[in-house]
Design a protein around this ligand. Structure first.
Ligand SMILES: Nc1nc2c(ncn2[C@@H]2O[C@H](COP(=O)(O)OP(=O)(O)OP(=O)(O)O)[C@@H](O)[C@H]2O)c(=O)[nH]1
Ligand SMILES: [Zn+2]
Length: 214
């Protein structure tokens, strides 16, 4: 399996300004008020200098982290190319950040997507665009994994899909049980990847072969 220790922070762009953020239905004023309430509830003074801009900053952060809530990832899979190619297409190590719906803490890692086309292939970057939108919602990792597999099945109508997601959950590493370095791996198989052990094994071998060389 791929190592998830690569620094996700290195891949982040600078924090976008409010104007740069997508036009979502996130209620900014309500978020600001809620963050102010949280500060008061934990015993802080939201009017002290260091915290004055925090409610606005955190509201922008939620708008960014939850931008996928108001997006339709399927649109990225509408532009397909007709291609006679009957081997597995695998895009691995698609980095992502998400937020767990239980604690609203980040979890982050990599998604690997393989499919066996049935006459239709999609631009490789589109798979990463789908991951971007599916992950930027509050949810659990199993949900991401299943949603990715179902979307690709539905839109590309391939012979099968395999999705493997691996992630570190900060709700398990910085709080609670505090198991640093623990990694959660989930998979979803559809079509021939589910029913044919040879295809499934080939997919897993491709993942393993690539990863062992990295
Ligand atoms: N299956 C699954 N569980 C998750 C995911 N993200 C977080 N969790 C777990 O959700 C569970 C929530 O458990 P609760 O007992 O309701 O909450 P808690 O008391 O804060 O649990 P602890 O984290 O054990 O302290 C925890 O075991 C988390 O590890 C995920 O993506 N998938
Ligand atoms: Zn959590």
């Amino acid at each position: 399996m791929a190592n998830i220790n690569g620094s996700i922070a290195d891949e982040h762009d600078a924090t976008p300004s409010e104007e740069d953020l997508p036009d979502t239905k996130v209620d900014h004023d309500r978020l600001r008020k809620a963050i102010r309430e949280i500060l008061i509830a934990v015993g802080e003074d939201p009017d002290r200098e260091g915290l004055l801009e925090t409610p606005d900053r955190v509201a922008r952060m939620y708008q960014e982290m939850f931008r996928g809530l108001h997006a339709n990832p399927a649109v990225h899979l509408k532009r397909v190319f007709t291609q006679k190619y009957d081997e597995i297409v695998l895009v691995r190590d698609i980095s992502f950040e998400s937020v767990c719906e239980h604690h609203l803490l980040p979890f982050f890692g990599r998604a690997h997507i393989g499919y066996l086309p049935n006459g239709k292939v999609v631009g490789l970057s589109k798979l990463a665009r789908v991951v971007e939108e599916v992950t930027h919602r509050p949810q659990i990792q199993e949900g991401i994994t299943e949603t990715l597999a179902d979307l690709i099945m539905q839109e590309l109508e391939p012979r099968g899909v395999g999705v493997v997601v691996e992630a570190e959950h900060t709700c398990m590493t910085i709080r609670g049980v505090r198991k640093r370095g623990s990694c959660c791996i989930t998979s979803a198989m559809r079509g021939i990847f589910k029913h044919n052990p040879t295809t499934r094994a080939e997919f897993m071998a491709l993942l393993g072969a690539e990863n062992s060389s990295s």
